[in-house]
Design a protein around this ligand. Structure first.
Ligand SMILES: [Zn+2]
Length: 114
């Protein structure tokens, strides 16, 4: 499961931060899933909830935001934020549309209790 390995990666990063900064508990974690990551936020939340048991992030408030998909028309350069995926360019009618976005999941912020 894709989300499970991502959740594990996030937990590994949190653990590494804990060893480096010496905090006791994570209060909240904010994540941003890239538009091209293919991550299902609910599945990620579930996976994280399962694997974090017994770690410093066990009681953390998890928030996941999804990066909007940015569409760029190759011929005319028109760009728009669109969650519905590529269609024809509204300016020139071309279907040569490129999707711009991140394929990763990153930690936006981490609130901890010392
Ligand atoms: Zn165009």
């Amino acid at each position: 499961m894709h989300e499970l390995s991502i959740a594990q990666e996030i937990l590994d990063i949190i653990e590494a931060q804990r060893l480096r900064h010496g905090f006791e508990r994570v209060e909240s974690v904010r994540l941003r899933a890239g538009a091209l990551s293919g991550v299902n936020p609910e599945a990620l939340e579930f996976a994280f909830g399962v694997i974090r048991e017994g770690t410093c992030a066990a009681g953390a408030d998890l928030r996941i935001e999804t990066e909007p998909m940015k569409l760029v028309c190759r011929p005319c350069g028109y760009s728009a934020i669109d969650c519905h995926g590529p269609g024809a360019c509204p300016r020139c009618g071309s279907v040569d549309i490129q999707i711009d976005g991140s394929a990763g999941v990153e930690i936006v912020s981490l609130e901890v209790e010392q």
